[in-house]
Design a protein around this ligand. Structure first.
Ligand code: C2E
Ligand code: MG
Ligand code: MG
Length: 477
């Protein structure tokens, strides 16, 4: 749909919203790399004798690099970026010598290995004029002022990128009208037409994060929170991930939804930090799908989110299941290594349900292992299931990993797990996933220690009324 029409339908939209809609119409952020963009950045580098060239498109928070030359960059935080300068200027920003420039002299500009001394950046616009991205030339040395014909050349190259973008948009329009391009090229582009409800749900902010505490078994003190997505469906009510995550994964919508989850969790941590809600030493874990994991730029994205939200990397953990790792071990190792370097905690979820759990533990740098709830629930059934859990706990200890048992529902499971040396746990026995307001109350409990569920059970059977927080009655102390 043309932006002019969109604007007419949404008179309340501001410029940025219209710009983002124009960007979304191209679907450029969700699709595979366009080889045509690489031709443009290479040409630009050759013409300008540049040390690096980036072509990037900016959403609300990040500049997605769709082609780079010289330095491999996949993503940059948008905050204080060159893109924002170009947007504010509504035109080119040329800085022949960063050190002498009144606005940039204070900032050290580094692009991976390149200390930037000069740059020139021009907008890449949608066909109706919105600045969607920038084409930027970087130099490691100050350069002479850009001559008018040089600037025209750079702008001409940006127009080539814009034309390519317009082709992407038109391709999307064909798709929307149920038409196929004459000769569909083989590409990894994501098809978002599978479940339009999910796209609308995201735009209408119908997704919410619930949080479930992870506790230290010995003390029942909250040591972490797992963020679990829910869909507040206007007709069907509150939906759990099983109702929509499989569809999101099939249609590719898991990528923007996953981005939202990560960004929302970081925002919430920032909020808790700001309110001093007792979040010190509490880590928030976010679940990742295989598709998120295999997309390029995950580590860059996480780094950008950490920088933007100003939270410390140890406050964030990422949970992934074994099945999301098996596709390409080398990439998996590279991505996990980079995330680990950032200081983000890596947790292997549903441990024991995958194909080759031991291999994964050995090969990849996880620091927390989460025992699948199916093992925990079977523990009441005899010696052998207990031995299996014991073996997993021991394995984690040998590997130097923390171990969390999930799906703890009974006091017996709690006791058995403690006896076998499992330090951490999560389950309905302590607290169910709950809204941010409810979990904030729990974080404010003295010492963040949850009430003893034994006493809760007793009080419930005594008819003391319903629980305020699902699974966890709050006692005044
Ligand atoms: P998971 O990561 O293994 O999360 C644990 C699930 O077990 C959660 O279900 C939680 O509510 C449930 N659970 C916790 N304690 C107990 C217990 O004591 N007994 C029982 N029976 N269940 C318990 P939920 O929230 O329905 O999530 C299901 C799965 O959906 C998650 O499994 C995770 O794989 C996925 N998921 C949740 N949020 C996200 C998300 O933001 N992104 C992605 N990609 N996947 C998500
Ligand atoms: Mg999980
Ligand atoms: Mg799990």
């Amino acid at each position: 749909m043309a932006q002019v029409e969109l604007f007419a339908q949404n008179p309340g939209w501001n410029q940025e919203e219209a710009r983002l809609a124009a960007l979304a119409a191209t679907a450029i952020l969700d699709t595979a790399q366009e080889p045509a963009f690489d031709v443009i950045t290479r040409l630009t580098a050759e013409y300008f004798h540049a040390d690096a060239v980036l072509l990037g498109f900016a959403d609300e928070s990040r500049v997605w690099i769709k082609s780079c030359w010289g330095e491999v960059v996949r993503e940059l935080p948008r905050y204080q970026s060159i893109f924002d300068e170009v947007l504010a200027e509504d035109g080119p920003v040329i800085v022949p010598d960063v050190a002498k420039h009144p606005r940039f002299a204070e900032r050290r500009m580094v692009l991976r290995h390149l200390e930037v001394a000069s740059f020139a950046s021009v907008p890449v616009r949608s066909y109706d004029g919105y600045i969607l991205g920038v084409l930027t030339v970087f130099g490691r040395r100050p350069r002479h002022k850009m001559a008018p014909d040089e600037l025209r050349t750079l702008e001409g190259l940006a127009e080539m990128a814009a034309s390519q973008l317009e082709l992407c948009r038109l391709r999307g329009c064909l798709h929307e009208r149920g038409l196929q391009p004459v000769r569909a090229a083989k590409s990894n582009s994501v098809n978002y037409s599978g479940d339009p409800d999910l796209r609308a749900a995201l735009e209408q902010r119908q997704f919410v994060l619930y949080y479930q505490p992870e506790i230290e078994l010995a003390t029942r003190r909250i040591v972490g929170l797992e963020a679990l997505i829910r869909w507040r469906h206007p007709v069907r009510g509150l939906l759990t991930p099983a109702d929509f995550i499989p569809a999101a994964e099939r249609s590719g919508m898991i990528l923007p939804i996953g981005d939202w989850v990560l960004s929302e969790a970081c925002h919430q941590i920032q909020q808790w930090n700001h309110e001093h809600s007792g979040l010190d030493n509490v880590r928030v874990y976010v679940n990742l799908s295989a598709e998120q994991f295999s997309r390029e730029g995950l580590a860059d994205h996480v780094e950008a989110l950490l920088m933007r939200s100003g939270i410390s990397s140890w406050q964030l953990g990422l949970e992934m299941t074994e099945s999301s790792l098996i596709s390409d071990p080398r990439t998996t190792l590279e991505v996990l290594g980079t995330l680990r370097q950032l200081g983000v905690s890596l947790l292997i979820d549903d441990f024991g349900t995958g194909y080759s759990s031991l291999n994964h533990l050995h090969a990849f740098p996880f620091d927390v292992l989460k025992i699948d709830q199916s093992f925990v629930s079977r523990m009441n059934g005899g010696e052998q299931p207990v031995q299996i859990v014991k073996t997993i706990v021991e394995l984690a200890r040998v590997m130097g990993m923390d171990v969390v048992a999930e799906g703890i529902e009974t006091e017996t499971q709690h006791r058995l797990l403690r006896e076998m040396g499992c330090r951490y746990g999560q389950g309905f026995l302590y607290a169910k996933p709950m809204t941010v307001e409810s979990v904030t109350q729990l974080l404010r409990l003295p010492g963040r220690v949850l009430p003893d569920p034994g006493s809760a059970e007793r009080r419930e059977t005594e008819g003391s009324g319903s629980c305020e927080l699902q699974g966890v009655p709050i006692r005044a102390r």
